[in-house]
Design a protein around this ligand. Structure first.
Ligand code: ATP
Ligand code: MG
Length: 605
């Protein structure tokens, strides 16, 4: 392809909102333009690289027997009402009405659409397992789209869905997917860390995310120095600490003490000559879309059910909880939301805290709290002789005994695990990294198939619900991550597998012998399946070199009169990212480079 006949509008300036390298370089290299916040146009060069990633994913999905389908992107809202996610997905889901007033959803993911199709087709265990996938447009109305296509509003996801007669079959497909994901990222030249993850709005019993390490990563990962344990902080657990205050017997009676003008945990510790580890911190949370049986829980009568039991678990539009944790630790809101099966949780307003605890903010505690259910982190059960708020201004309790004075409605692990905590698997030391999520796989169980009433007949003729898995990869985010990992000051340094072209040929002046040799080399390369861009523009050589570096095409071939006049007419070849320039005879350069291109592709797997 000739540069003059394509559309690669390279830029010298950096767009002002582009703060990360991949965002800057996609604009500067003429791959991408912005339509609106979170909405983009891929230009021809960008689309070529995008298609490379897409095809790697497609090949690996095909290789494990997943079957490509193409569902519509706009789907009926009623499917989401059937699954229950119409209420629980939140504001990121784009809901629209058509001219007849029918509710429609622009797919943010497709568990509902694919399950609706499958339930009509499935009848017998003989059809199972089955795995289908699409590489298709998704829309999520992200609050803060940022970093270019890393977090857009419209983006492309590969999403696969599998259906099974039993857990064992789901496990097999899940493991195949996991291996396929590792191959996909390796072929894209990326190093990924698989981590245990929270299942979030997807629900289900197990999930893993595939992360790339990144300074701008939205995720905190905890990794063990001694074993292979790796988890998103949203899921990470740790070994319990040694009991605080020794194994002090809780013999001292509960005592209410006056703590005038003591507002912070720090001030309280100074006042009582103790430290934060002796304190039961109590936070009041408001949770929305709580899918939990709260029958009989303290205070639950006041909260409205939006979906009544028993046909499905009750959903409460909102509910409040008191969450207790050791004073030196933080509550992890994702772990809390998972423990409550809630759509979202957030700290309650000061007014709600006062209404529910009868005391100003800062004096909440679990002793005698009856207006709302108490959730106790596991660290609270290990405390002895503890201190906590007394539900009254300027008052605390001391000598608090778990079990005697504190009887939580639910005990759960909601602590934020930090670097330095102990690995839950081996007791080794955990450390932290920042990561960006490229892919996510879930074991969903019957979370969608049961409410949507998908059924099949097993070997004995009994009607059963298929078990499901779902598996996503962001195509745009993967592409941007490749650039994030592979660039230098001059531009992108593509791995061969994702490069929009393998070779750029730069004729010093596109005329005479230089022009005909350029054509011959391009033809020889293309005959061998190599993708070639010929920079036939009437531009200064410096401009052409800069654009070649910026667009990151792996091999640069310079054809000039000087080296064509050598005894053996030659051209200059440079591998992007390397300094040295090789002289290669013009008549054999096509086969030489084709060999190197395929060697590099093979190495990536
Ligand atoms: P995140 O936590 O980053 O918002 P998610 O966990 O909501 O992502 P999933 O529902 O697991 O995302 O979607 C699967 C994949 O789709 C993600 O791993 C990511 O690569 C991609 N993805 C999700 N949201 C976006 C987005 N707004 N822009 C680009 N890619 C996205
Ligand atoms: Mg995810």
């Amino acid at each position: 392809m000739k540069f003059s006949e394509t559309f690669i509008p390279t830029l010298r300036e950096v767009p002002s909102d582009a703060v990360i390298a991949s965002h800057r370089l996609m604009f500067r290299a003429g791959m991408l333009r912005k339509l609106a916040n979170g909405l983009f146009v891929y230009l021809p060069l960008g689309l070529r690289a995008f298609r490379k990633v897409e095809n790697i994913i497609r090949e690996e999905m095909d290789a494990i027997g997943s079957l490509e389908i193409k569902p519509s992107v706009v789907v009926p809202g009623e499917l989401w009402m059937e699954s229950g996610r119409w209420e629980t997905m939140g504001a990121s889901m784009l809901k629209v009405k058509n001219r007849t007033g029918a509710a429609l959803v622009v797919s943010p993911t497709a568990e509902e659409a694919v399950t609706a199709m499958m339930r009509d087709e499935l009848s017998s265990y003989k059809q199972l397992p089955v795995s289908v996938y699409q590489i298709n447009t998704k829309y999520r109305d992200e609050i803060r789209p940022r970093y270019g296509v890393m977090r857009g509003r419209e983006f492309t996801m590969k999403d696969a869905y599998s259906y099974h007669a039993d857990e064992k079959s789901l496990d097999e497909t899940y493991q195949k997917m996991e291996r396929a994901y590792l191959r996909i990222f390796k072929r894209c030249g990326l190093t990924v860390i698989p981590v245990r993850a929270d299942s979030g709005a997807m629900g289900g019993s197990g999930s893993e995310e595939f992360m790339v390490e990144s300074e701008i990563g939205d995720n905190t990962l905890l990794l063990c120095r001694s074993c292979t344990y790796a988890a998103n902080v949203e899921k990470a657990g740790c070994k319990p600490d040694a009991p605080i205050n020794g194994a002090a017997p809780d013999t001292l009676p509960l005592e209410r003490i006056a703590t005038p003008d003591v507002k912070t945990i720090g001030e309280l510790c100074a006042f009582l000559k103790t430290d934060a580890t002796a304190f039961i911190k109590t936070l009041i949370y408001r949770a929305v879309n709580v899918e939990l049986d709260l029958t009989g829980a303290p205070g639950s009568a006041q909260w409205k059910r939006v979906r009544p039991a028993p046909e499905a678990p009750a959903v409460y539009a909102e509910a409040f909880f008191a969450v207790c944790i050791r004073g030196d630790l933080d509550v992890n809101e994702t772990k809390l939301a998972a423990a409550l099966n809630a759509g979202e949780v957030a700290l309650a307003s000061d007014a709600d805290v006062e209404r529910l605890t009868g005391a100003p903010v800062g004096f909440a505690g679990p002793v005698g709290l009856t207006a709302l259910p108490v959730i106790a982190d596991e660290t609270v059960a290990a405390l002895h002789d503890a201190v906590t708020g007394a539900l009254e201004k300027d008052a605390h309790y001391r000598h608090v005994a778990y079990g005697r004075d504190v009887a939580p409605w639910l005990a759960a692990d909601v602590r934020t695990v930090k670097a330095g905590d102990r690995c839950p698997a081996c007791g080794g030391e955990l450390y932290e990294k920042k990561g960006n999520e490229l892919g996510h796989i879930f074991k969903l169980g019957c979370k969608y198939t049961a409410p949507m009433n998908a059924r099949f007949l097993d070997e004995n003729g009994a009607s059963r619900t298929p078990i499901m898995g779902s598996y996503g990869i962001g195509v745009d985010r993967t592409l941007a991550s490749v650039i994030e990992e592979r660039h230098d000051d001059a531009g992108i340094v593509w791995p061969m597998s994702v490069a929009p072209f393998h070779v750029i040929i730069i004729p010093v002046k596109y005329e005479g012998a230089v022009r005909s040799v350029t054509g011959n080399i391009a033809a020889a390369l293309e005959k061998n399946g190599v993708e070639v861009l010929v920079d036939d523009r009437n531009e200064r050589i410096g401009v052409k070199f800069n654009d070649a570096d910026l667009t990151g095409v792996p091999f640069r071939v310079v054809v000039g009169e000087k080296s064509l006049a050598f005894e053996k007419p030659s051209v200059e070849v440079r591998r992007r990212g390397e300094q040295d320039v090789k002289l290669i005879p013009a008549d054999s350069v096509g086969t030489a480079i084709a060999g190197m291109v395929f060697d590099e592709l093979m190495k990536l797997g």
